[in-house]
Design a binder for this molecule. Structure first.
Ligand code: GLC
Length: 799
């Protein structure tokens, strides 16, 4: 069954059946205030920190999975017929339905019984509020009297508090309706204290600039006992209770009468915002509840995303790739970037999106480096600010809601330092990529503080991270695995070493060495390079298993991810990384990547390991806890699929790189939506592998490092538009049946209009590059002045 398709001209995904296999969501917002919204109106909001500062509630694992949401009910006063313009929560049959998920907004249009409704949910650029722009139209021949009801469920406190401390969170909310506006406030200790106030005041408001006929501020009053959002008592009755009291479950329910003559339409704008100081709500309501202002704000949201997306635009022979690369992939990438998820993921998140948000990436890199101790250890968690929330009480508060006590014997570093072996290294290639994208060498000269005081420049920060990994080596001179590496679930006994982290170390070292060699930096790369060489030697001497690289070793030398193992005989990660980092000599590189194709590739992408574990064995860690073929235990983990694409591009095997890209490309899931189940416009974290009966079913949509890397793999390796220190390099590796492609890339302010032709149907190799009509030597486009447009014509073939 097909549930929708791409509208590429409008950068939308259009869902035409509401009963998608799972709720298909969009993320809204560009900065602090953000929200999710499903194709059935479900979803929640948060202001700044997704864990600590929820605005609307998410009810995890609810039925359906997207409850509650921003609900609307239309009730005919004559017939008492009730329906929801977003289909859910009432679920009444609709005569028309269409949901357009777009860049920064979602519009749902529907009709039933002669009434048509259109609601657009969005968050104006840089505002701390969300808008529900609703139009109801009488399409029939007789006048209609309609009751309109709204529903939204507040939770102005941290997620953990909402879930775990219900005896408190259930009774602390204060909510009232005054002059048609619903105000909710609460004092919460979920976030950092303010002066001596541990319980800080948070406030939200909801209004539409009209006086409601009735209202409810308590969930129990609106919904009634033994009912749910689908059949609230207030809607059935046609009237809310007007009962006001504090505590319990604050909601925003307004009841508005609509009198619609035949052909008449009415537009109502609901505004839901946060206003902790209590100073802006009136002005915001006055402004945005005017439909023309709301529409202008919606246009501004579209213009905002246009400005992001025009920086890379591709026109390839594959329409699904175009749909993903020109809109949804960068959009998902920005959304993951806006949602910090620990040091490791956050460092990677910048990679695919820095051409759209260079200033914020600069800032983010500073923050990441400032989470490094003088010793070179970085924290595992991550706070939004460079100057952390360190208070008198001796606590530091991190973005994921953990409050770590600094009292007790252990050092801060022991308490907060990352237990993983890989996390800190990721920031090094991220810094180098940023400088290649922007040419901002000045970044490297600014002092950045250490977490435990003092400051140094970025190069010194990076050196210390490498030093720390070097210091923490074990068997075969390879990095100690510690509690995990990129794979969270490789939790091996003490003394185990990670082959893959050895490769990551080589990569980070070589990236830093190349930066040090730059005249703008003028550093000495020799020490860094020598260590990289030694590590690469160790890897080749000890980790080569005959056909591929082993993944890790226990302290006694027993390998993991090797042919002698009973389970997990091959792990994808070190194969692709041996190529990406240049560790593997050519013959080994080809052998390792062929093994990936033979042992791990499925029609839905590359499984992480094979065969997966089928029972828990303590020394294999939490990997062996998952059922076979799910998640890290041999699931098709999408994030590393990008590394196989990059590796195959580096080997020049464009057909195979494309085969891998095509297998996990979201748009290819459109036709198999009932198998894949999750959104066919964004990457999910994993897909069930071949040992699971639901092989092909996606898990965990949206928040995954896959997004940022997929844009790197597609744009920099398949299409080969690769930022370099001295210019933009053109090095495509495409399927042989492509005639070529076009791309527009804005790089350091200049616009490169690139046309690639492939008359000989090769995968790789650039025969000639013409810049503004004139041939150049090599494939590095020289830097052009900001504002200039550069015409680039590339002919592929043997050089
Ligand atoms: C999740 C984590 C990420 C980790 C990956 C593999 O995506 O967020 O940090 O690398 O799983 O375990």
């Amino acid at each position: 069954m097909k549930y929708g398709d791409f509208d590429q001209a409008n950068r939308e995904y259009v869902i035409t059946r509401p009963d998608t296999p799972e709720p298909w969501r969009n993320y809204l917002g560009n900065g602090a205030y953000r929200a999710t919204v499903s194709n059935a109106g479900g979803g929640y909001s948060f202001d700044g920190d997704a864990f600590l500062k929820r605005v609307l509630r998410e009810r995890p694992r609810s039925l359906p999975d997207d409850r509650p949401g921003r609900y609307l009910y239309l009730r005919d006063r004559e017939t008492a017929d009730v329906w929801s313009p977003t289909w859910q929560p009432v679920g009444a049959d609709l005569e028309r339905y269409e949901c357009r998920h777009g860049m920064g907004y979602t519009t749902i249009r529907s009709a039933r019984g002669g009434l048509a409704a259109e609601v657009t949910y969005f968050i104006p650029v840089d505002e701390h509020l969300e808008i529900w722009l609703l139009t109801v139209e009488n399409e029939g021949k007789k006048a209609r009297s309609i009751d309109l009801f709204t529903y939204a469920e507040f939770a102005l406190w941290g997620v953990l508090k909402d879930l775990m401390n219900q005896q408190a969170s259930k009774y602390v909310g204060v909510v009232r309706c005054a002059d048609g506006v619903i105000f909710h406030e609460t004092r919460t200790d979920s976030g950092p204290p303010k002066g001596d106030e541990v319980f800080v005041l948070r406030r939200a408001y909801f209004g539409c600039g009209r006086t409601p006929e009735s209202f409810d501020v308590q969930r129990a009053e609106f919904v009634g006992p033994w009912r749910d959002e689908g059949n609230p008592i207030a809607v059935e009755r046609g009237r809310c209770s007007n009962n006001q009291y504090f505590g319990y479950d604050p909601v925003a329910c307004l009841h508005l009468p609509l009198e619609l003559k035949p052909g008449q339409a009415e537009t109502i704008v609901f505004v839901l915002g946060v206003d902790d100081e209590g100073t802006v709500w009136r002005e915001k309501l006055d402004h945005y509840t005017r439909p023309e202002q709301a529409r202008a704000a919606l246009d501004a949201v579209k213009a905002y995303w246009d400005d992001h997306l025009r920086r890379l635009h591709v026109d390839t022979p594959h329409s699904g790739m175009n749909a993903v690369v020109n809109a949804w992939n960068p959009y998902q990438g920005v959304n993951t970037f806006l949602t910090p998820r620990g040091y490791r993921d956050t460092s990677q998140d910048v990679l695919g999106i820095m051409h759209m948000r260079p200033e914020e990436v600069r800032q983010r890199l500073r923050i990441l480096l400032a989470h490094e101790f003088q010793s070179g250890v970085t924290t595992h968690d991550y706070s939004f600010e460079e100057d952390f929330a360190l208070e008198a009480g001796g606590t530091r508060i991190f973005g994921d809601g953990d409050v770590v006590s600094l009292s007790g014997g252990a050092t801060i570093e022991e308490q907060l330092g990352s237990p993983s072996s890989d996390a800190s290294l990721w920031v090094i290639p991220a810094v180098c990529a940023y400088v290649r994208e922007t040419g901002d060498f000045d970044f490297l000269k600014q002092p950045i503080r250490f977490f435990d005081g003092g400051a140094a420049d970025a190069v010194e920060h990076m050196r210390r991270i490498l030093d720390k990994t070097w210091e923490r080596r074990g068997l075969h001179g390879l990095p100690l695995m510690r509690e995990m590496d990129w794979n969270d679930c490789l939790n091996f006994p003490e003394g185990s070493v990670s082959v893959w982290v050895g490769m990551e170390f080589v990569w980070a070292s070589r990236e830093l060495a190349a930066l040090l060699r730059r005249p703008e930096v003028g550093g000495d790369p020799s020490g860094v390079e020598a260590r990289a060489e030694e590590m690469a030697r160790n890897l080749n001497e000890h980790a080569w298993d005959g056909g591929w690289y082993a993944r890790a070793f226990f302290a006694d030398g027993e390998p993991i991810g090797a042919s002698s193992c009973e389970k997990n005989q091959i792990d994808h990660m070190p194969q692709s990384w041996s190529v990406m980092t240049g560790v593997a000599p050519q013959e080994r590189a080809l052998s390792a990547m062929d093994a990936v194709r033979q042992r791990l590739f499925t029609p839905y992408g590359i499984a992480l390991i094979d065969p997966p574990h089928d029972e828990y064995i303590p020394r294999y860690g939490s990997l062996s806890v998952f059922p076979a073929s799910l998640k890290e235990n041999g699931g098709i983990f999408n994030h590393p699929n990008n590394w196989a694409i990059i590796a195959e591009c580096l080997l020049g095997r464009g057909d195979r790189a494309w085969e891998y890209y095509h297998a996990f490309l979201p748009s290819t899931k459109n036709e198999i939506a009932d198998t894949h189940r999750m959104e066919p416009y964004i990457f999910s974290q994993f897909v069930a592998g071949p040992y699971h009966p639901l092989h092909g079913r996606a898990g965990r949509a949206w928040m995954t490092g896959t997004a940022t890397w997929a844009l790197v793999a597609a744009s920099q390796y398949i299409l080969g538009l690769r930022p370099d220190y001295d210019g933009l390099r053109i090095d495509p590796c495409i399927p042989t049946d492509w005639e070529g492609f076009r791309a527009t890339r804005i790089f350091r302010g200049a616009t490169y209009e690139v046309e690639v032709v492939n008359p000989k149907h090769v995968s790789k190799g650039v025969k000639e590059v013409r810049v503004n009509g004139k041939p150049i030597e090599g494939n590095l486009l020289p830097l052009a002045a900001a504002g200039e447009t550069v015409e680039v014509h590339v002919t592929m073939g043997a050089a």
